[in-house]
Ligand binder design. Sequence first.
Ligand code: RIB
Length: 307
Amino acid sequence: MPDSIVILGVFVADTAYRAERPPRMGETIMGSSFALGPGGKGSNQAVAAARAGGKVHFVSKLGKDTFADMALKTWKDAGVIAAVTQHDDSYTGAAYIFIEESSGNNAIIICPGIAGTISPEDIEAQADLIAGAKVFITQLEQPLPAARRALEIARSGGAITVLNPAPAAEIAPEMLALCDYVTPNETEAEELTGIRVSGLEDARKAAEDLRQRGVGTAIITLGENGVLFHDGQRTEHVPAIFAGPVVETTGAGDAFNGGFAAALSRGSAPIDAVRFGCATAGISVTRAGTAPSMPTLAEIEALLARN
Ligand code: RIB
């Protein structure tokens, strides 16, 4: 599998509610719309990478229920190869997503269900697949020990390793040192470094702090302000790529990571892969939903050609 991408992560069903504001405790408010669709950061990244032309394997656990059926159909449609076990002693997870009507911004609660039990032993069972990857990527919606074991196996097999540290968590320096790339957003970068990120100079400081903790290259995603890339030799600001009016920002980070991984797997230079990730995210925010908003390779290339 010379150019394969292996992604460890979680699938959940996204239940997305649009409203002017979130309800206060004890309050009921009227929303303007509801949508049910495929989500979960790892699964979204797998869909993004596959639609962007990558050969993607997704490692996870599902229940045996309606949401599991949704996951299997989502991966089949996107061309993601599932390295997944199904269990009837727990459920496939779900996420509550509040989307603010005026901005398209979101707040999320996720319950990973059975994927919250992914263990280092589960990872060992997929060791050959992970070790054979060209690019390995994970996030932190499944337990940290599983992510760490997978990074160890990927690193020992010679894969390019990417950690998208979302949701934010405390990560040991030994685990950060397993990562060629770490891709936090501003909030996650602050959680990891203690440096409040509210501009490019803060982002550069946080990126350098991550490098001092053992990370190869820090890529801090800054929403509409693009991305800060810092590999120790050079620091580069890659602006966001505008593809149209913003409908929903949920899943934009996943679009970036999936696009970035797809480009890396084809041998793109890291900074070109970042630009490809920005274009992927730029298109995804113009559409509703998370996995359903991921663009095709042709759409991404057309946007890049115009910019
Ligand atoms: O990054 C967006 C994703 O985070 C959503 O799809 C939701 O499921 C949560 O996992």
